[in-house]
Design a protein around this ligand. Sequence first.
Ligand code: NAD
Ligand code: ZN
Length: 666
Amino acid sequence: MQNQNIKNEIEQLREEINRHNYYYYVLNQPIISDDEYDALIRKLISLEAQYPQFFDENSPTQKVGSDISEKFEKVEHKYRMYSLEDAFSEKEVIEFDNRVKRNLDINDCLAYSVEPKFDGVSVNIIYENGKLKVASTRGDGIIGENITKNIKTLKNLPLVLIVKNPPSFLDVQGEVILTKEEFKKINEYREEIGLALFANPRNAAAGSLKQLDPKETAKRNLKVFVYYIRGIEAYTQPKTQTQSLQILKELGLPVSELNRYCKNIQEAIAYRQTFLKAREELPYEIDGMVFKVDDFSLQEKLSYTSKYPKWAIAFKFPPMQSSTTVEDIIFNVGRTGIVTPVAILKPVKIGGVTISRASLHTFDELFKKDIRIGDYVFVQRAGDVIPEVVSSIPEKRNGKEKHVVKPTNCPVCSSLLQEEGAYLICPNIDCRARIVESLKHFVQKNALNIEGLGDKIIQQLVAKKIVQSVSDIYKLDKNKLLQLDRMGEKLANKILENIEKSKRTTFAKFLYALGIKHVGEFVANKLANNFSLEGLMELKDEEKLMQIEGIGPEIAKSVVAFFKEQRNINTIKNLLENISFIDNKKSTKLLNETFVFTGILGIPRSKAKEIVENLGGVVKDSLSKDTNYLVVGDEPGSKLEKAKKLGILIISEDEFLKLVGNELRD
Ligand SMILES: NC(=O)c1ccc[n+]([C@@H]2O[C@H](COP(=O)([O-])OP(=O)(O)OC[C@H]3O[C@@H](n4cnc5c(N)ncnc54)[C@H](O)[C@@H]3O)[C@@H](O)[C@H]2O)c1
Ligand SMILES: [Zn+2]
């Protein structure tokens, strides 16, 4: 009886996973997040291992998920296409390394080719006598779909190999991907015309690649990276994965710059570690690093399971996306009066952080995305920005979900709200919510950095009318602070000390702290570099502002309007009774010098960038002839070699800090 129950459970799991495979691979519209899917797979793997009597070669644990639709002509692969085994912890990876060594009966270290695991669509591409002949999708691994016409629209893939004697036959595998930016654009467009949104760039890439009309594919700006040579004739035969990647590069095919040969598993793990944060700055998604046993003769000995090579493992990153339910949608009044809908979520862990609210940006977006209270949604976190709701999952509705109604009055001060373009605005400058938000912004780390003045304290200060404008912060004293709940001597002293410290700041930080609409840190720096405070107050129109690169009409308009408002001028004057600027004038120490960074630095990259920009320099992501300095941290990437070739000045982090001098003192 017990066995019957287990069998049922296994079968139900298989059925459920197959259903999700269909949503994911064929429709490109998953209804659960990848981590939920991975959990189902893991559960099934463990049950199947425990109860081998229920083995089934058709189980989704034994086969790659098939993306075969009825839309395209079929192609039989010359070489079978596999998936990859996953690992989620260092322990699992070490186990893998040990298992491989055991199977090979060796004790020495194993060298690996470590490569980014692109989160895209697997494709097989065949060149004959240097010409692109056929391209196909993975399909079920044995038979794929012919997407040659679509692949030919990819701009970074050569149709002809430009080497003197190209191989007579070349069979490669790679990944078609979409940049994060392009993904956003596609979803914005779909939102506009009322189509279901893609949950992530991978699904969007798959949807874009498998368009019946190649012209549609061409519009999507897809890219491909190749990572396997599966067959090559009349050309150098690679003996290792590292050599294969070199040959691919030499043939002019797009190969990732992030691939690296690592002489043992520790080095491989350490290299992957450097991408935990760095991946957020890459223009496309990678969801892990693939470790491949480098030596082909060893690969051959290890061979394959029915689903993946036994010589490779994907060491995944914690996912940045998950799904959860919307428990409520509330209206938040920002410091500029803009009212935004915010989703209150059933708490969910994403990339190690618990998320319980997510922005919905504007009401237009909320309605277009059709997010309802009670909905299941995909939620995404990127870097330090506020998490956002990507899309709802209508398949999971039960009919009890509630639509949101646009408010007519400010939820805080009850003023009648006004429509301004895409925005809904509380026009009351004295609205308590606006003051609270202005204060929160003002004391932020990147603004005037007044630690200790937390949200709860600010709310009390405003509710008790002790503070009614940002400049009132400088009128605070111990007596006033001690009127607040949960305020002790010690905290009060600390806050006053920090307020004192904030009185010396840079002009750029001051401008940013004012909370002018559309003026973030970047624009504040630009303004500070080009204008004095008087200059900004004297602006008659937008023209002068718009001559500055990076400042468009909308920003310019908002800046001019801000300095025209007498209330704001008064606030500035009151603030300047206490605040003075250091480095008020733009430093020209590094004027127009170009910097590129590589490897891990002791200080955050953002900080290094800020320092350079404050001194008039420029930071770029990639090297060119015009680069002046390459700053090298620990474990530098391929940029180091390239810089040597280009004859660029290479300096260490210490040298860099010396070069920028005092700028680091906070
Ligand atoms: N949310 C859902 O409903 C759902 C459903 C099905 C699958 N999925 C997701 O898809 C995963 C399974 O998909 P999969 O079988 O394609 O496996 P995978 O995406 O986890 O890994 C295998 C693939 O990685 C790709 N890859 C990228 N870079 C590579 C490199 N440098 N070298 C080699 N291969 C590289 C290849 O295309 C290969 O096929 C699941 O773990 C899950 O995250 C989600
Ligand atoms: Zn209001």
